[in-house]
Design a protein around this ligand. Structure first.
Ligand SMILES: Nc1ncnc2c1ncn2[C@@H]1O[C@H](COP(=O)(O)OP(=O)(O)O)[C@@H](O)[C@H]1O
Ligand SMILES: CC(=O)N[C@@H](CCC(=O)OP(=O)(O)O)C(=O)O
Length: 257
């Protein structure tokens, strides 16, 4: 059976209709012969909870600087609040979810990405067995972007990078769903196709930046390793989700070359 990794960004969690639409889409994908794995972020929630705990937070090149003393709040927001909110919505939609983090079953290996960023992780492919077993049982893995290093340190991983590694792990297709309809050009128009050369040019022009730069780089890396296009689309638009179920390209297609 074909497998699709779908990644959703944190803004989804604040949109009840969006969450409902997402899970009806996952159900429809299952009925169309797809096995799905959901990877989620929760950047908005992380920011709210850090601020509620009196912490200031900043991002560098789209990645959150995560001092060790903030890690419990970050893990609580992503692996706790966000993950269980999605698990609950999946149950309500009649699916059988299993809430996980990147550390479970050895699915990924992680190390500190850059000591200047604190407890931020870089993940690589580990053991696929747990996810394969869950998919074989017809269950829906819902994975937060918290990882653990070999030394046992909890690490905060950008969720687009997390989704790329899960896609590589399973040789699955990848769809990154954000709050924008895809990658937009300097005039706000959707770019239907991107390749590495165009990404370089748009990055030089400052059109692709911040979180979108991290997302597009993650999409390019995934596209190269599965030798297939990766989609960047939105959970906001029902017509994009419907097209996704039909197997039609939606949003921006990121090509490996
Ligand atoms: N060229 C671009 N096209 C679309 N969005 C862009 C672009 N450059 C920067 N962005 C910003 O990137 C955001 C999406 O990245 P991010 O916030 O990390 O999303 P998510 O939380 O869904 O992963 C958009 O909401 C937009 O503000
Ligand atoms: C290191 C790093 O940047 N971690 C992210 C993890 C969550 C995330 O990526 O959420 P979105 O998909 O909603 O952006 C963060 O702390 O915001």
């Amino acid at each position: 059976m074909k497998t699709m990794v779908i990644k959703v960004g944190g803004a989804l969690l604040g949109c009840e209709a969006g969450v409902e639409r997402l899970f009806s889409t996952l159900k429809a994908l299952g009925q169309s012969g797809w096995q799905a794995v959901l990877v989620h972020g929760g950047g908005v929630l992380v920011e709210q909870q850090l601020s509620a705990n009196g912490f200031l937070s900043e991002k560098k090149n789209g990645l959150r600087v995560t001092p060790e003393e903030q890690m419990s709040v970050v893990a609580g927001a992503l692996a706790g609040s966000a993950n269980t909110q999605l698990v609950a919505a999946a149950v309500a939609a009649g699916l059988v979810p299993v809430g996980l983090s990147l550390a479970d079953g050895g699915m990924t290996q992680a190390e500190v990405l850059d000591p200047d960023l604190g407890a931020v992780g870089k993940v690589s492919v580990g053991q696929p067995a747990l996810l394969e077993q869950l998919l074989g049982l017809g269950m829906l893995p819902i994975i937060s972007s918290i990882a653990v290093s070999d030394q046992g340190q909890r690490l905060n991983v950008n969720a687009d990078q997390a989704a790329t590694v899960v896609c590589q792990l399973l040789g699955a297709e990848l769809t990154l769903l954000s709050d924008v309809s895809g990658v937009l050009d300097g005039k706000g128009q959707l770019i239907p196709n991107l390749d590495p050369a165009l990404v370089d040019e748009l990055t030089r022009q400052g059109v692709i930046e911040g979180g979108m730069k991290v997302k597009v780089d993650a999409a390019l890396e995934a596209a190269r390793s599965i030798n297939n296009r990766v989609l960047v689309a939105s959970w906001r638009y029902p017509e994009q989700l419907a097209a996704l179920v039909k197997g039609e390209p939606v949003g921006t297609q990121v090509h490996p070359c």
